[in-house]
Write a new protein. Sequence first.
Length: 433
Amino acid sequence: MFFIKSLGTHISEHKGHKEMSLANPMVEFLDPEYVYIPLVDQNTPCEAVVQVGEQVKVGQIIAHKKSRFPLPIHASISGEIVSIDKKMWHSSGKMVPTIQIKNDFKETKVDTIKEVDVSSITKEEIIEKAKENGIVGLGGSGFPAYVKYKVSDPIDVVIINAVECEPYITIDYKLLQDRFDEVLRGLKYIMKAVDAKRGVIAIKKDKKELIEKMNLSINNEPNISVFTVKDEYPAGWEKYIVQRVTNKNYRTLPSEAGAVVNNAGTAAALAAAIERNQPLVEKMVTITGEGVKTPCNVYVKVGTAINDILDKIGGYAPNLGDAYFIAGGPMTGKSIMFDSLVVHRALSSVIVMPKEVREVNPECMGCGKCSEVCPVFLSPIVIKETLENDSVNELRTLRPDLCMECGLCSYICPSRIELTDAVTKAKQKVMVK
Ligand code: SF4
Ligand code: SF4
């Protein structure tokens, strides 16, 4: 039987640093001079279907991800393709080829982007539109949404995950605050696509005002409710939320517990895809951290470079010196040393931090904190040492396959030992058949 600890770790020192980006108004930046659309999606190479010199419109398909779960990739601005191999930094921690488009600032859209009559839309049409418009999980996974909706298990509940438990990130909170109606409509489309009886919006219980506002909006929606979780990390982990909402565990997919989980941004993007045939070409991203002069949420075109966004919002903090960037949340994101990093469709935040000289003491002090915080009861340091001893059978007994890669063990370790990396490697090792 698989268990998840009922208590996570409270890391809301300074409210998890979330107040930084919430202190400033959201900025719209939809007219960058260039965008760079990555030709890699979820580590899968994509194939360009445009040529250098070609003019493209907003929403035009410019590449295809060819994999078990294929997905089109769209132009986010109108203009000229000026390169299809420019390398830019990606949240995977690698440089990837991109399609570079020079903006003609005309915002010419493909003819298919227009209001659609959705009064008699079928579940099959919802699934197809999610696919055609490139809707992916915006909680960081980037997993194609349509695949989740083509589920074969009977589904009881659709859960909108707006817990956003990692420090610094605030896009879901901002989205629910400003555009709750869109999230709600998206939730209803997902419920229809998977034949779910009820919908749940999961959020941290400290968001009292927002919860009150959402409850008012769903007053006449008997099948939709708000579900609150504690302000702790990793309360936003999918397995944790599904267990709390359904009282069931699952091994591989939430559908085994009768649930489909989508992020709040994904639901809003789906509503736009259904109602306006709008591909996923714009998104919100949190740009924050001690290294940013004006941390805030920014609404951008997919493919915008972080250095251009920073110019738009006032640049780096004064006297910053050298900086580094965390693409994604501080617990699970990747450190990147350069600002030629692009916002792809699943990237939720970029945190700019002063480069610190870390004092590393690689010796384990035996404090036991890494085991204490692990939400799935693993012993990270024991797994790390066993991995180093190269004993796969012994490693299996320690169950690294249960690791959810939450990053808590590395975060808490006073010796700053890279435990998450080690446990992830051990996980890969024992999962190889
Ligand atoms: S990353 Fe560390 S704390 Fe998180 S589940 Fe894995 S071993 Fe446990
Ligand atoms: S938290 Fe770090 S120092 Fe403490 S037991 Fe785990 S590895 Fe050792």
